[in-house]
Structures are given as C-alpha cells and as structure tokens.
Design a protein around this ligand. Structure first.
Ligand SMILES: NC(=O)c1ccc[n+]([C@@H]2O[C@H](COP(=O)([O-])OP(=O)(O)OC[C@H]3O[C@@H](n4cnc5c(N)ncnc54)[C@H](O)[C@@H]3O)[C@@H](O)[C@H]2O)c1
Length: 329
C-alpha cells in the first residue's frame, strides 16, 4: 500500500489530537514534526518514529511530503503557509487562520488560482448532529440565533495577549461564528461591545457580545466570556418556526443536539471524533476518493472575516458591514 507522507508543524495540544488520529490510519506515515520548542518536537517524533525539526520552515524545505498540518498559535501564521504554497504542498491548518485579518487575506491571495487542496479545522461542521440540524433548517430556516463561549482563560502562554491569540472572539468563539454561518447563512452587519481587561499584559477582553443581522433577515447574538473556573456553555441555539435547536460542545468528542418543540424535546448525543473525520476527509480528497473538503481556506476566511469584524466593532464601537459576496470585506 502507498502511504501518504505527512508532517505536522507545532506539537502542542491540537497537534496531539491530529497526530493521534493520523497515526491510526494505515495509509498514513508521519515522517516529521517541528516545533520551535525542539525538545517538544523530539518527544513527539520519538512516539511516531518520525524526524524532529526546531522550526517549521526547515521541515517544509527539506522533507518529501504529500501534505502538512499547521497547528501553530494564531500569531505564527504567514511564512509557513507561504512556504507550503511555494512548494505546491496541500495543507490542513487549524483555526483561526491568523491573529489578524490581513495575514489570512494575504495567504488567500497567494492560494488563488493554484488549485491547491487546503482544509481548516472548523471541526463542528463534521459532526453528525450538525448535519441533522442543517437538514432541519433547510426546511424551516433560522429566525434567531444565540451563541455562547463562556469558559475559563486557556492556559497556553500565548492566549491572554490579543496580539498573539487575536483574542477570545477570534481564537475561540470563531467556532460559534462558523456554525452560525453554516446554519443561518452569511452575516450582513455586526455590532459589538466588550468588557476590557484590567491594565496589564493580559489584554484579551474579559467578555464580549455581538449583535448580528444575517443576509436572510434573521437576527442573532453571540457572546464570549473568559472569567470562569471552567467551561460553562459552548453552544449555538437556533430558533426556527415551531422548533428550537441547541447544539453544544462538552469536549472534542462530546457534542449534543437538543431539538425542542411544543411537545417536548429530543436529545441526540454524539461521541464522534470530528478531528479524525476532518483529517480523513482532507486525505481522501488528496487520494481522489472524495471530491472536496467541507471547509477549504476560502470558506474559513469568510468566518475569520466575520470574527475579526466582531472584534473590530467591539474595539471601535461602530457597526461593521460585511460584503456577503466576498470574503475579506
Ligand atoms: N479545532 C479546535 O477545536 C482547536 C482546539 C485547540 C486549539 N486549536 C487551535 O490550534 C492552534 C494551536 O493551539 P494549541 O492549543 O495546540 O496550542 P499549544 O500552545 O498547545 O501548541 C502550539 C505549539 O506550536 C509551537 N509553535 C509556536 N510557534 C511556532 C512556529 N513558528 N513554528 C513551529 N512551532 C511553533 C509552540 O511551541 C507550541 O508547542 C491554535 O490556533 C488554536 O486555536 C484548535
């Protein structure tokens, strides 16, 4: 059997999830990993019998590969994607696309016309319960959407600095913005406000709230808070005629869909591993088994544009209009 030669840049938490999924696939060989913390890369490389590099560009410039996973923090995007594109190497990149909008737009510009296969880690879209919700909403469209990311402050060192992570809205709540777009369509305008952090280096706002007007005419609000001791609610609720859909995440492999009607509620629990599903889909596209990935770079850019618009509106205090026809508005 021909094995696809893959590598991963970044060997932290989410890289671990992808590598675990990839290592269980018989037609995949993890040939190399890279991390700016070389020891970390070496430990991971030893687990998978692969080579370790102290930086991603060296890996990209020296390894023979069929695909690469880019699992670095938001501030580290740009040069890695440019190197992959220059080599014609398909890449899977974790959300968010970058800590800002212009870096992601520049990568999308470099990708334009190359035909390169890309995929982005908006894993909720791969869930069976999300598919069920999308089918229901295709018949009775969303009228009202409310989303939540109410949680603790993540412990990774780069997260509390806005310049490094992009902030909670861009880094975390982006999953909820993406799901809202997936289920209710594009957003025409966003107005947001934020609760600033106390003065100091950890400047990611303590909380934020945004009001959305969808192109369809539906309305919505999505809020973020990072001041709790643990995850309280990571969810999207959608009101459509005669029913309410509540989709929530309790862990990477623990999701729930609650369908409420006048007669009661049906609760569907999903134990699917969406990381393994999205990785397999990307590989199957490379193998010609599946026609397209669900979330290519250009589609993720539309979600990133929305999250960045919500972030900008909260900082500037003015509404931001989005061009529904083009990402990067
Ligand atoms: N899809 C999801 O649900 C999900 C979950 C967690 C994290 N993520 C995303 O994955 C990304 C990484 O998050 P994480 O939790 O794994 O962070 P992490 O801090 O655990 O790991 C990131 C690793 O990247 C390394 N790194 C930093 N800059 C680098 C560079 N230029 N080249 C090579 N390595 C570099 C760091 O040393 C670190 O080991 C973030 O964008 C995050 O939003 C997605």
């Amino acid at each position: 059997m021909t094995r696809l030669r893959v590598a991963c840049v970044g060997t932290g938490f989410i890289a671990g999830e992808h590598l675990r999924a990839l290592s269980a696939m018989a037609d995949v060989q993890i040939v190399a990993v890279a991390d700016t913390q070389l020891e970390r890369a070496e430990q991971v490389a030893a687990r998978y019998g692969s080579r370790a590099h102290g930086d991603g560009l060296t890996l990209l410039n020296t390894e023979e590969l069929d695909a690469v996973w880019l699992c670095v923090p938001p501030f580290a995007h740009g040069a890695l994607e440019a190197a992959a594109i220059a080599r014609g190497l398909p890449f899977f990149v974790e959300k968010p696309l970058a800590s800002d909008l212009s870096t992601a737009q520049s990568i999308a510009d470099q990708l334009a016309g190359t035909g390169l296969t890309t995929a982005v880690g908006y894993h909720w879209r791969h869930l069976d319960v999300v598919q069920r919700a999308a089918e229901l909403l295709a018949r009775t469209p969303a009228q009202l959407v409310t989303g939540y990311w109410w949680d603790k402050t993540p412990r990774v060192p780069w997260w509390p600095q806005r310049a490094h992570s992009g902030g909670q809205v861009v880094e975390q709540t982006t999953h909820i913005f993406d799901l809202a777009r997936h289920l209710a369509g594009d957003v025409a305008e966003v107005t947001a406000a934020e609760r600033s952090a106390p003065a100091g280096p950890e400047d990611v706002p303590l909380a934020a709230s945004s009001l959305l007007r969808f192109v369809s005419g539906a309305v919505g609000s999505i809020s973020s808070a990072r001041v709790l001791d643990g995850r309280h609610r990571v969810a999207l609720h959608v009101v459509a005629e005669s029913h309410v859909l509540e989709i929530s995440e309790h862990g990477l492999t623990d999701h729930e869909l609650r369908i409420g009607t006048g007669d009661g509620a049906e609760v569907v629990r999903s134990r699917q591993d969406p990381i393994a599903v999205e990785d397999r889909e990307f590989l199957d596209v490379l193998l010609g088994i599946t026609p397209r990935v669900r979330v290519p770079y250009q589609e993720a850019l539309r979600t990133h544009t929305l999250a960045c618009a919500a972030d900008r509106s909260a900082r500037d205090g003015t509404p931001v209009r989005l061009d529904a026809g083009a990402a990067g508005a």
